[in-house]
Design a protein around this ligand. Structure first.
Ligand code: AMP
Length: 190
């Protein structure tokens, strides 16, 4: 199985690139942010998740890990999975390792999109018009999402680096050029 963790701060282009990787390699694309947004808004779980995401905070690990595992379980015949926006803490990364090991597989690689903070802010504000996401439109929430990334999520890259699985990708440039860098890294590593 090709299990790719597509990593990077909010606004790095993970969703855009995940669509292209999915097409090219016939993978299942799982974005925990999308899964949270697709929950029935009247459910307790959706309300709980929204109470964190509205502020730009992370949803607690226990809830997020359960959601992720139940999503992966929906695709027993997947050739591989792109994990987009998960894991976002080392606790989630460890849980993913255990979950995949129990299925006889493992994370193949982490592809980490590197984009400077100023560029992220510009992109998120621009994206808000199309995404309709409140957490993209408000500069205070954007800053909190970036701070949360730096504090809680960036260390996940070190976790995979320790396993020899981290590949940094320049996330600035044309979408096509970044896709090509991702494809090249996958071809060399898989
Ligand atoms: P995203 O669409 O990836 O930007 O995620 C939107 C929001 O969903 C985040 O700001 C978090 O509140 C929540 N979220 C998504 N994925 C995770 C995760 N792996 N761990 C915790 N919270 C998450």
């Amino acid at each position: 199985m090709l299990n790719i963790v597509l990593f990077g701060p909010p606004g790095a282009g993970k969703g855009t690139q995940a669509d292209r990787l999915k097409e090219q390699y016939d993978l299942v694309h799982i974005s925990t942010g999308d899964v949270f947004r697709a929950l029935d808004p009247s459910s307790d779980l959706a309300k709980l998740a929204k109470s964190y995401s509205d502020k730009g905070d992370l949803v607690p690990d226990d809830i997020t890990i359960k959601i992720l595992e139940s999503e992966v379980t929906k695709y027993p015949n997947a050739k591989g999975v792109i994990y987009d926006g998960f894991p976002r803490t080392t606790g989630q990364a460890k849980a993913l390792d255990l979950f995949l090991a129990a299925k006889g597989t493992s994370v193949t690689m982490m592809l980490s999109l590197i984009v400077p903070e100023d560029e992220l802010k510009t992109r998120l504000i621009g994206r808000a018009k199309d995404s309709g996401r409140e957490d993209d439109a408000n500069p205070v929430i954007i800053q909190n999402r970036i701070n949360t990334y730096n504090k809680s999520t960036a260390p996940v890259a070190d976790y995979y680096k320790g396993q020899g699985k981290l590949i940094d990708i320049n996330g600035v440039g044309s979408i096509g050029d970044i896709t090509k860098s991702l494809f090249d890294s996958i071809e060399i590593t898989k």
